[in-house]
Design a protein around this ligand. Structure first.
Ligand SMILES: Cc1ncc(C[n+]2csc(CCOP(=O)(O)OP(=O)(O)O)c2C)c(N)n1
Ligand SMILES: [Mg+2]
Length: 553
């Protein structure tokens, strides 16, 4: 706690001296919570995403003090290669997920990676941490509900420091209810702890952590902490009265804890430890300040994870023991996708399918029909109407070695998951080197009398954001190939599926060794007078138009 406090204070000084850029959000007053929590965690299996107040947690979870200082100094040795602001870093290799700016977004990633750890047979617990302000986001509610439905051992920890930037809790949520009591609304247990006393915090957390680990279910903990230095370096706190500020400063648990150690005869040890830590911190600061800024040369290439080797697919579309079909199969678009999903589930144990109504019902467009019966509920399952948390959960699973395929009921519901798709999944590799291999299936396109909803073509919206790939097949064979190509890609891939194509006509579908060619444009028909460049359903229409003109003129 002393190291965390001293480091936060020094970081603030370095910022004021112009040696650290951007801003800094200190954790002074948060140590009594985050240090015991990080000490109690089983860092060989557990999962966490620290917040902007949690330097103390980072210092304990993994890495050298210099790694963390390098991040603040934005030098070439920083964990994010200086691509992310101050404390927006983590250590995905050790299951510490780097926070994104958007509060609430990381919780579902923690839930997903915790689930992945559990599915891999590891006794993991996840720590999903957020503030009193973050408690108002929709993601918090979606993820608490999802964790309760899936019975995931995630400890949700609210760092209640009384303020979100300048906004006091009375303007954040109803004073009629304490935050921890919301647990009842999700059918989980909640409790409140006074984390200005690290001993009380450690004792309460120890019980909660071991119960979550043993009972395999979520808990909600509201921890009262202090925010001693305002929101960030530039915050003058002029919205606080002198009396309020005095109360906040008096709530600092660290001097009280130190006094307890002092009174119980540890004074000599304290002074040695404190001077050792201070000297070590200064040495590390000098090292970090002297490391050069990184070269920007690798920025564009690192927007995407590199191309991966193809999977060793069986060279057939169906299972070897399936009844012999006339070759090649004649399938519509939806059937080709169903065949592709069945092949993936059969041949790739790390695959799983999630989406609304995709289980027994087979999906709104029946694309997943029969897959639950064949592969079981652990791998093909319905999810609540919570696109953001479910997408974030899929991201966490992808970080944990699984390859989720998520069906959105209609493409426009992906707007509910824009943060997860465009700012989180799409940027993971760029900012942390962690790959997010996941496929997001988007039934879209008009022609079915819908207006503002369900017909939108959202590829322009999504592809304006770096880090996302997309495929928009126009034939059943393309759809089958696209699914395989998207699946084995190490980046998040959007798969657009035009609804009007699902059942329009049947075409031959066979194993195509060149399935990766769907990433490239295809020359559909030669001609002399006009060039049409298009994709998806419009390819069919363009082809029909070209055929018409060919015979008409
Ligand atoms: C979704 C979202 N909206 C706005 C912000 C801008 N913002 C950054 S920190 C912050 C206050 C957060 O308060 P709280 O959750 O209580 O955490 P604290 O800073 O008090 O630890 C705000 C509004 C954000 N990061 N995310
Ligand atoms: Mg707060």
């Amino acid at each position: 706690m002393f190291l965390s406090r001293t480091a936060d204070n020094r970081i603030l000084e370095l910022f004021r001296q112009g040696l650290i850029r951007g801003t800094v959000t200190g954790g002074q007053g948060n140590e009594g919570l985050i240090v015991p929590l990080a000490l109690l965690a089983d860092k060989t299996v557990d999962v966490v995403s620290f917040t902007h107040r949690d330097l103390g947690g980072h210092l304990i979870w993994s890495g050298h003090l210099c790694d963390h200082l390098n991040q603040y100094c934005a030098n070439s040795a920083s964990p994010t290669l200086a691509r992310e602001g101050n404390v927006h870093h983590g250590d995905p290799t050790h299951r510490s997920l780097p926070m994104i700016s958007h509060l609430g977004a990381m919780l579902s990633n923690v839930a997903g990676l915790t689930d992945a750890q559990r599915r891999s047979g590891l006794p993991a617990v996840g720590y999903a941490i957020f503030g009193d302000g973050g408690s108002s986001t929709g993601d918090i509610h979606e993820t608490l509900n999802l964790a309760a439905v899936l019975s995931l051992p995630v400890v949700f920890v609210i760092e209640n420091n009384g303020y979100a930037y300048s906004t006091p809790v009375a303007e954040q949520f109803s004073p009629q209810i304490e935050l921890w009591r919301r647990a009842a609304g999700y059918g989980i247990e909640g409790l409140s702890i006074d984390a200005t006393d690290p001993v009380v915090a450690a004792q309460s957390l120890a019980t909660v952590l071991s119960r979550a680990r043993a009972e395999n279910r979520p808990f909600l903990v509201e921890a009262r902490v202090s925010r001693l230095r305002g929101h960030a370096a530039y915050d003058t706190c002029d919205y606080l009265s002198a009396a309020e500020n005095a109360t906040i400063q008096a709530s600092d648990g660290l001097p009280r804890f130190r006094q307890r150690l002092f009174d119980s005869g540890h004074a000599p040890a304290l002074s040695v430890i404190e001077s050792d830590i201070s000297a070590w911190l200064e040495t590390c600061i000098q090292l970090s300040l002297n490391i050069a800024r990184p070269s920007p040369a690798s920025l564009p290439a690192d927007a995407f994870a590199p191309e991966s080797a193809p999977f060793a697919w069986q060279t057939s579309v169906s299972a070897p023991d399936a009844p012999q079909h006339p070759a090649p199969l004649q399938l519509n678009h939806a059937q080709a996708l169903n065949l592709g999903l069945a092949k993936i589930l059969r041949e790739r144990p790390e695959s799983l399918l999630l989406g609304q109504d995709i289980g027994t019902y087979g999906g709104a467009f029946k694309v997943t029909e029969g897959l639950l019966a064949a592969h079981g509920r652990a791998r093909v399952f319905n999810v609540p109407l919570a696109e953001s948390a479910c997408t974030g959960w899929a991201v966490g699973m992808a970080l944990g070695g699984y390859r989720p395929i998520e069906e959105f009921q209609f493409a426009d519901f992906a707007t509910e998951a824009v943060t997860q798709l465009t700012l989180n999944a799409a940027t993971y590799y760029f900012r942390s080197g962690a790959k997010v291999p996941a496929v997001f299936r988007l039934p879209c396109g008009g022609g079915l009398t819908f207006g503002s909803f369900h017909s939108q073509e959202l590829e322009a919206l999504f592809l304006g954001m770096p880090g996302l790939k997309a495929l928009y097949p126009s034939t059943p064979q393309d759809a089958f190939d696209a699914l395989l190509a998207a699946y084995e890609d190490d980046n998040p891939v959007l798969l657009f599926e035009h609804k009007a194509l699902y059942r329009r006509t049947k075409h031959p579908v066979a194993w195509n060794p060149a399935y990766r060619e769907v990433w490239q444009p295809r020359h559909v028909r030669p001609g002399t007078y006009a060039t049409l460049v298009t994709y998806g359903e419009m390819t069919q229409l363009a082809n029909e138009a070209a055929a018409y003109f060919e015979t008409e003129y």
